[in-house]
Design a protein around this ligand. Structure first.
Ligand code: FAD
Ligand code: DLZ
Ligand code: SF4
Length: 510
């Protein structure tokens, strides 16, 4: 029986469920570079180059392991531009008896794949993606039994399921499930000790892709000048080992810290590789646990890192698939302001925003707190349309696929799902940013000023945000204290904040 197995750009794993039981002698693996995927949002140039180069390297790797790979390049003549069109052409070329595929990471692509059986009159076996710790059914069972879907309890179940960081009695290593209270220190004053991620010199395959992307996607955001991503499994594993050896020990301590012109700090920079399939999340967590058991890294860093992967990463995926395709349309705070232009060029005199956006355009990377508490926080308190914010995050990060980006942006960062994912909005004044970074000392605004021409825009917008959204947020217990503080302010004071905030917001749309 001849089998056609399409492999998508984020399915670059050898243990893909579609390959289970496949016989290399009777199987054609189909890989497709298609316009529709490169253009459904205006992806950062480096994101496109990373995915296409990783796809081309993976095809070589598969061939070296004995598979027959039919690889369609973006500029091949006759390329129809869509997955469905390319599967149709491959059916003509190979006349397969059946199609086997692993489910995709987006509702949009799933809808297209679900039509293949009818459209092509070939049986389609669409398999669950086994590269995640939690299955769809397990997440549904967990979520159905609860009123509130809090990550912490889900995470404990994933610890029990994987056996990660459990002692011999099945209890959490060290006695606690979560060591966050030992994490999140302000930035260290020792820039010379900051480890830098490995930089991978583009090989001939990557150089070809970079040239093509520069030509074809010149109007997309971002730069190709700093492209140093790993594009093979071997190199991604080298970055994994480098992170564990040089940065992991202080990952927990400085997880939330931000420093001018230091894009990476003690973060792993592994999300692009995990999400496209070059790295395996469970194997990564096991390697991290092994470093702890060998006494090389402390428990707070180990637990903090593992929580991000088997906790947050799995949890947001569960939410994405459970909530359905209309999740992307939610707008609980009815925010409708357009995304300011400086999200695409970094030209703003807010130093924190210029830093987070600037490094995003350079590297297609920003770490979690920059995404959540700088660019996300600003969009939230400024009342930007969450769908526009979602589109931006999906475009600009090399690790962005809808299953992981959407719940993080729309739910966690913009509170547009009304609190399904986060128990309160991640909104803050400049004070938080000042505490976790060195940004404010280099800014033209004064982080201590609450009103007036030098007032930090985050200060104005934070209170204005609470004021504007009191009808929806006023009864949130976790916001009781700030609302009490707001209520205590005199009317003159409140009016000054509202006026200054309105004046500032006006500059965004002009
Ligand atoms: P590290 O800080 O080293 O963390 C280790 C790993 O934990 C990451 O590689 C990632 O796989 C996982 N992780 C950590 N936090 C999360 C989280 N909240 N959700 C899922 N996985 C997590 N992550 C993406 O992979 N793709 C996205 O498109 C994406 N969009 C985001 C949008 C917003 C608004 C926010 C607030 C967060 C987003 N994240 C996204 C989560 C997180 O910011 C990135 O995973 C992280 O910054 C990647 O950098 P790193 O590999 O150096 O991570
Ligand atoms: C993101 C992306 C891009 C830019 N290009 C391609 C492509 O040409 N071919 C491909 O197979 N995948 C690409 N991808 C990743 C897909 O968008 C991703 O696999 C789907 O959204 C399913 O998650
Ligand atoms: Fe950002 Fe305000 Fe600090 Fe400037 S003063 S860096 S705008 S938080």
């Amino acid at each position: 029986m001849k089998t056609l197995i399409p492999i998508l750009g984020d399915q670059l794993s050898h243990d893909l469920s579609a390959l289970d039981g496949a016989d290399p002698d009777h199987t054609i693996l189909l890989m497709m570079e298609v316009d529709a995927e490169t253009k459904y949002v205006r992806h950062h140039k480096a994101k496109i180059a990373f995915i296409l180069s990783a796809m081309r390297h993976h095809a070589e790797d598969l061939r070296a392991r004995g598979w027959t790979v039919d690889y369609v390049r973006l500029e091949d003549s006759g390329n129809s531009g869509t997955f469905t069109g390319e599967v149709a052409r491959a059916i003509e070329r190979h006349a397969p008896d059946r199609i086997v595929a692993t489910e995709p990471g987006e509702w949009r692509v799933l809808a297209a794949m679900q039509e293949w059986a009818d459209r092509f009159d070939v049986p389609v076996d669409l398999r669950e993606d086994s590269r995640f710790v939690c299955t769809h059914a397990e997440f549904d069972t967990w979520a159905s039994a609860r009123k509130q879907l809090r990550m912490e309890f889900f995470y404990r179940d994933m610890r029990r399921k994987t056996g990660l960081l459990l002692d011999e009695h099945g209890k959490p290593e060290g006695g606690e499930w979560n060591y966050d209270s030992e994490n999140r220190k302000p930035p260290p004053n020792e820039p010379l000790l900051i480890p830098q991620p490995l930089r991978f010199k583009p090989d001939a395959i990557t150089r070809d892709v970079l040239d093509m992307v520069a030509r074809r996607f010149a109007d997309h955001p971002g730069s190709l000048d700093h492209f140093v991503f790993a594009t093979t499994r071997e190199d991604a594993l080298a970055q994994q080992a480098h992170f564990i050896g040089h940065a992991l020990a202080r990952f927990g301590d400085y997880q939330d810290a931000m420093l001018t012109d230091q894009p990476f700090l003690w973060h792993s920079i592994l999300s692009p590789y995990l999400n496209c399939g070059l790295l395996d999340p469970l194997a990564l967590c096991q390697a991290v646990e092994a470093a702890y058991r060998d006494g090389k890294v402390p428990l707070n860093a180990t637990e903090g890192f593992i929580r991000q992967i088997i906790g947050w990463r799995e949890y947001v995926r569960g939410i994405y698939w459970r909530e359905g395709p209309d999740y992307a349309q939610r707008n609980a705070l009815e925010a409708h302001r357009p995304l300011p232009g400086f999200y695409y060029d970094g030209k703003t005199d807010m130093h924190c925003m210029a830093q987070a956006i600037g490094q995003t355009l350079d590297h297609a990377y920003a770490h979690h707190i920059q995404r959540l508490m700088i660019t996300g926080n600003f969009a939230l308190v400024a009342g930007i349309d969450p769908h526009a914010v979602h589109t931006w995050y999906l475009e600009v990060y090399a690790d962005a696929y809808e299953w992981v980006e959407l719940p993080n942006t729309l739910g966690m960062s913009q509170f547009a799902d009304g609190g399904l994912l986060a128990s309160k909005p991640y909104a803050s004044s400049g004070n938080y940013i000042n505490g976790m970074s060195d940004y404010c000392g280099k800014c033209r605004y004064d982080v201590k000023a609450k009103t007036g021409p030098k007032a930090c825009p985050f200060n104005l917008l934070y209170w204005d945000f609470l004021d504007r959204n009191e009808a929806v947020l006023g009864r949130n217990q976790r916001l009781a204290m700030p609302y009490r503080n707001w209520a205590k302010r005199g009317e003159k004071d409140k009016a000054a904040i509202r006026e200054d905030a309105a004046r500032f917001l006006d500059t965004l749309t002009r």
